[in-house]
Design a protein around this ligand. Structure first.
Ligand code: SF4
Length: 407
């Protein structure tokens, strides 16, 4: 398998494809075991962890509902049965059919609502607009309250730190019984957002991009320590560490082989790596089908710890594929293009397209970016941004690709 010629490259890709199938078989091993235990009534329950100062024990695996849950009621039932009781959705997910699907589930299974830690989110607006949006979301979700509400996808804490009415709005919504807890989600400049949140007293929880590629930096460690110290509950997302570029890597082969020997796939290992940090209360994973759900449940139930050599493999893989991953440090490239294009958001769309294989979602998120930015995408000079991008991404080429694939 060594060598770099085209033949070897094709062989490697073929092998990785085979490994993908083996991966399913391997999750089948774990999943098969889990199913057998389930049938025998001996299934271990999905562990729970405390979500910071909320004091609520949440399942360590969260159902990311960025898909049509309206027509996937069986999946919701299975997630519920398997103890995946933290459910995450948002206005607009699944073309608007995610919140509706959760609502249908609660209508059909009224007793289920009390089991589920329900989270939704939307972007910040005026207090009046947000109250209206929240009321509509509650109606779609067929519930009187959400357990946790997030302002969706901030890039800088100053977006929500001021004006103060947001804090007052949160207090009013809590008082009205429409939300129990409040926080934000972030895909960009995560460390700075977390550090700023830790200095406040009104953020209960944060969902943020966190994975084997990002967990080792001093700044990320400081940010997590600060939030943990402040009692902010932490939920990790984008834990697979996929990026806008698909890459082949010898480390990936070794990593996949090594983990398969241990009985789980590299995808499961990446979830376990995040969960080995006890300060992460839950991993939010997009689980649009039963194969992914069962594999992730098996990974979350499995108590096997990753060893130092496992983390070394993950680290080597991260370093070999560095140029294919956008670390979300959007302020760096954003400043270099004078804020004209939200480069990290476009990279995320490419990640949805290539890593998730979800073209519809990629195009949907891309279409939600400012029209002016989309129009300028291929006209901007990215030379300076490329010079300072810590991941060494070929930004100009990727922006061109995004424009062709997603427009
Ligand atoms: S393109 Fe580079 S600088 Fe911009 S967010 Fe991604 S990794 Fe950071």
């Amino acid at each position: 398998m060594a060598g770099n010629d085209k033949q070897d490259g094709l062989t490697r890709r073929g092998f990785m494809k085979a490994l993908g199938i083996a991966g399913i078989a391997s999750t089948g091993l774990n999943t098969g075991k889990a199913l057998a235990q389930e049938a025998a009534g001996k299934a271990p329950s999905l562990p729970k962890r405390k979500l910071g100062k909320t004091g609520v024990e949440v399942s360590i695996l969260s159902l990311g509902g960025m898909f049509d849950t309206l027509n996937n009621q069986l999946l919701l039932r299975q997630a519920h049965n398997w103890g995946v009781t933290y459910w995450d959705t948002a206005e607009g997910y699944g073309n608007g059919m995610s919140e509706d699907g959760f609502g249908r589930y609660f209508t059909r299974n009224p007793a289920a609502r009390k089991d589920i830690f329900l989270v939704t989110k939307f972007r910040q607006g005026t207090a009046e607009a947000m109250t209206e949006n929240l009321d509509k979301a509650l109606k779609r979700l067929c519930t009187e309250y959400v357990d946790l509400f997030f302002i969706h996808g901030i890039k800088d804490f100053s977006e929500i730190a001021e004006p103060k009415p947001l804090k007052q709005w949160v207090a009013a919504m809590k008082k009205a019984g429409k939300m129990k807890f409040f926080g934000f989600s972030t895909h960009a400049n995560m460390e700075d957002c977390l550090l700023a949140a830790a200095k406040t007293d009104w953020i209960d929880a944060v969902m943020f991009t966190y994975n084997f590629r990002l967990m080792h930096t001093d700044k990320m460690k400081q940010a997590l320590d600060a939030c943990t110290g402040a009692g902010i509950g932490l939920v990790a997302m984008k834990t697979q560490g996929g990026g806008p570029v698909k890459t082949d890597s010898e480390a990936e082969l070794q990593m996949a082989g090594r983990f398969l020997e241990k009985g789980f796939t590299d995808k499961q290992a990446k979830i376990k790596a995040v969960l080995e940090n006890p300060n992460i209360a839950s991993v939010c994973s997009q689980m649009p089908n039963l194969t992914i759900l069962s594999a992730n449940v098996a990974a979350a139930r499995d108590l096997t710890k990753l060893g130092g050599s496992d983390f070394e493999l993950l680290h080597r893989f991260a370093s070999e594929t560095r140029e294919g991953y956008c670390a979300g440090c959007g302020r760096i490239c954003g400043d270099a293009v004078a804020g004209d294009v939200p480069v990290s958001d476009v990279m995320r769309c490419l990640m949805y397209y290539r890593e998730y294989g979800d073209r519809e979602l990629a195009r949907e998120v891309y279409a939600g970016l400012p029209r002016e930015a989309r129009q300028k995408l291929t006209e901007i000079d990215y030379t300076n941004a490329e010079k300072i991008c810590p991941q060494g991404l070929a930004i100009a080429a990727l922006m061109r690709e995004a424009s062709e694939l997603l427009a």
